[in-house]
Design a protein around this ligand. Structure first.
Ligand code: GLV
Ligand code: GLV
Length: 326
């Protein structure tokens, strides 16, 4: 079989072996760096498939450079890095990996919430920097999690899994979503709110919406201003959903209490970014789904999507099902 798969990043060996047993494989074999655009453009010239991830931009230029392309699959649930409209226009199915990462991403989201509320990274730095002189009543005091109100914006699979964790902490659960989720309301006691009401009532505002035109800078100056001064903002969805300048200002001026962020407008965020000068910000490098087991499953599912696409079969999970209607 002479079909070529371009894998834009080092992936687990077993997954690579599987792909190699079925096709010719080019792999950008780096753990640290994304594939440079010029390498990508050159390698896709004769490619039938692209195995991609959130750090690549699979835009019109890349699609134009790949006339033999039959399938694109991303090792992620989100696909805002891919020009899906252009792929659809060319009849190319785009695969992604929903489901397998739901619980793992909810775990990270809840860890970030707890780490931010209880100032764990700051406490860790405090001890390492030898600042611990004695026990002190108000040293590194944070916010309670149990019994507080959590407001989840974007009640998809991951949002619901976060809500499930919140029930274990006796939290009051609010959500805002494009459509109502009666089964989540029944199962978890979650209550639906207009966005502004959720922002006014929640002690924890957790953003779980996928990136789209409608959610671009969904959280801006106006929205942050509605939050309580002791409220905490958590984002493990996409950085483009947030106006980071506005977030920086409300955090600096202590108009909200803290933020825990796994995603940023520009990734990687640089260490000299203003947000990183604030003690009330806890950050992680986009590791929502990063457990060994889940990342391995995601890579395997992406490979399966690719192999199905090459065989002309329906992918396991297709973003643009319209390509099968023609
Ligand atoms: C990661 O951010 C994903 O969309 O899976
Ligand atoms: C992703 O799995 C979501 O729907 O939240």
């Amino acid at each position: 079989n002479s079909k070529k798969i371009v894998v834009t990043r080092k992936i687990p060996q077993e997954v690579l072996e599987l792909l190699k047993s079925r096709a010719e494989v080019y792999v950008w074999d780096s753990d640290e760096e994304s594939i440079p655009q010029d390498v990508l453009l050159a390698e896709v010239r004769d490619a039938a498939a692209i195995f991609t991830n959130v750090a690549d931009s699979i835009n019109k230029t890349v699609l134009d450079a790949a006339p033999a392309l039959q399938v694109v699959a991303t090792m992620a649930v989100g696909y805002d890095n891919i020009d899906v409209k252009e792929a659809t226009r060319r009849g190319i199915p785009v695969g992604h990996t929903p489901g397998v990462l739901t619980e793992t991403t909810a775990d990270l989201t809840f860890s970030l919430l707890m780490a931010t509320a209880r100032r764990i990274p700051e406490a860790d730095r405090f001890v390492r920097e030898d600042k611990w002189k004695s026990w002190s009543p108000m040293l590194l005091t944070g916010q309670d999690i149990y019994g507080a109100t959590i407001g989840i914006i974007g009640m998809g699979r991951i949002g619901e899994a976060v809500a499930k964790r919140a029930t274990g902490f006796d939290m009051k659960i609010l959500y805002h979503n494009r459509s109502r989720r009666p089964e989540a309301e029944a199962a978890l006691g979650a209550k639906c709110r207009e966005l502004d009401d959720l922002l006014r009532e929640a002690d924890y505002v957790v953003l779980m919406a996928p990136a789209s035109q409608e959610t671009r800078k969904l959280m801006g100056e106006r929205e942050f201003s509605l939050m309580k001064p002791n409220a905490i903002f958590i984002n493990s969805s996409r950085g483009t959903n947030v106006d980071e300048e506005a977030l920086y200002l409300v955090l600096k001026e202590k108009r909200i209490w803290a933020a825990g962020l796994d995603v940023f407008e520009q990734e990687p965020i640089r260490a000299d970014h203003p947000l990183l000068s604030l003690d009330n910000v806890v950050v992680a490098p986009h590791i929502g789904s990063a457990s060994i087991a889940t990342r391995t499953k995601m890579a395997m599912m992406t490979a399966e999507n690719i192999l199905r696409g090459l065989a002309g079969e329906k992918l396991l999970h297709t973003v643009n099902g319209e390509v099968y209607e023609k």
